[in-house]
Design a protein around this ligand. Structure first.
Ligand code: GTP
Length: 374
């Protein structure tokens, strides 16, 4: 059989074959890139869905710092939240969120702290790292990034913070890049933050006494169960104090209900000032408070109780109408030793409160303005 001669010279065929091969390689590269992009998109979608599903502040912060860096293949992520009235700081402190555990999170009380950084409150800013502008955004890291994206977080037309992304690659974030993707990330994180903060606020309001802003009875009762369990595991004792303002009815009679409220707030603040951050203080009812002192032995608890008593009897409370009201407090104290109190946790909690209450009765009976132990 005779072969049909090619209409093209052989060198053209070879050229076409080479071109064909190059095109195939390019197509393969495009497919691989598309595949990588698809992968990135899926990872980002997963990150966003998980962020929106978070219900607790700590859960979301941990998610942002671990998953976002991984998802976006970034070396550095930091977050700044504006907290002008320091409400967030107070709420997190009350909920015992240890901010030291999140070195890359910063709460900014005064927006002037950000003045030197020339940040845009509306649009993400991408580009090379500049120490004068970005140093304080990445101070929590020992190395500095080479390129950065600073993303304003906004909710309801208000700036709530900045998400700062840092890369060791100079070309990762460039001024000329489109910012749609980064803007979307900022919007999702802002919504997720608003969501967890609203959730936390609801819980906080439900467990806080609206007048004195310390915890309420429900919170102390919940906490007591948790603390008794922990004290048993870690084998330490808990002190429980029942505190009651003396002759409070007379204060109301003399200074009116508002005067009585002012005294309640002042007394709550003075008790709180004598306790450690890890202790629990709650308003139990009218002019009664309960404090739980964690990992505390009798002699130390007696000293704290005496300090509280002195701090209240030692200086008159200043009322909102400018007048002054001298008052005192009686304190009943008891200790829960995990080795001695082995019953069901709810029963132990009730017994502990009841013993502190009886000790308080003793303090009232013996003339008030004193500490009694049972
Ligand atoms: N201003 C104010 N008064 C309250 C509040 N809750 C309860 N009270 C008042 O607290 C007073 C408590 O009085 P009592 O239980 O008789 O006790 P007391 O006068 O403190 O006397 P002793 O505890 O025996 O020293 C009552 O007059 C209540 O009306 C509150 O939220 N604000």
């Amino acid at each position: 059989m005779k072969s049909v001669p090619s209409p093209y010279p052989e060198f053209e065929i070879a050229e076409l074959q080479r071109e064909n091969q190059t095109l195939r390689q390019q197509l393969q590269q495009i497919l691989e890139q598309a595949h990588r992009n698809q992968n990135i998109m899926e990872r980002h979608q997963r990150f966003e869905l998980d962020a929106i599903a978070c219900t607790k502040f700590e859960e979301l912060i941990a998610h942002i710092f671990s998953a976002l860096a991984q998802t976006s293949e970034l070396e550095m992520v930091t977050l700044m939240l504006l907290d002008p009235r320091q409400e967030l700081a107070a709420m997190l402190a009350d909920q015992r969120v240890e901010l030291q555990a999140y070195p890359h999170l910063k709460l900014i009380a005064n927006q002037r702290e950000l003045a030197s950084s020339d940040l845009s409150a509306h649009k993400p800013v991408l580009g090379p790292y500049m120490s004068t502008r970005h140093d304080h955004l990445f101070r929590s890291w020992t190395v500095r990034p080479r390129s950065v994206a600073v993303i304003p977080l906004r909710r309801q037309q208000k700036l709530i913070g900045f998400l700062n992304l840092g890369s060791q690659h100079a070309e990762r974030f460039q001024r000329s890049m489109a910012t749609d993707f980064i803007e979307r990330l900022g919007s999702v994180i802002a919504i997720a933050l608003e969501n967890v903060l609203n959730n936390e606020k609801l819980v906080y309001i439900g467990l806080t006494d609206p007048l004195t802003k310390i915890s309420n009875r429900r919170y102390v009762e919940q906490r007591m169960l948790e603390e008794i369990n922990r004290a048993r595991r870690q084998q330490y004792s808990i002190a429980c104090m029942f505190l009651d303002i003396d002759f409070f009815k007379r204060i109301n009679d003399q200074f009116g209900h508002q005067g009585g409220d002012d005294v309640l707030c002042e007394v709550a603040a003075r008790i709180k000032a004598e306790l450690r951050l890890s202790d629990t203080l709650g308003r139990f009812g009218g002019e009664e408070f309960v404090a739980l002192l964690i990992n505390t032995r009798l002699e130390d608890a007696l000293q704290v109780a005496e300090r509280i008593r002195r701090s209240i009897a030692g200086a008159a409370c200043r009322l909102s109408d400018g007048s002054r009201c001298q008052t005192s407090i009686s304190i009943g104290l008891t200790i829960m030793d995990p080795l001695l109190h082995r019953g069901e946790v709810g029963t132990v909690a009730r017994e502990m409160l009841s013993r502190a209450d009886q000790a308080l009765y003793g303090a009232k009976h013996h003339g008030r303005n004193q500490v009694c132990y049972q």
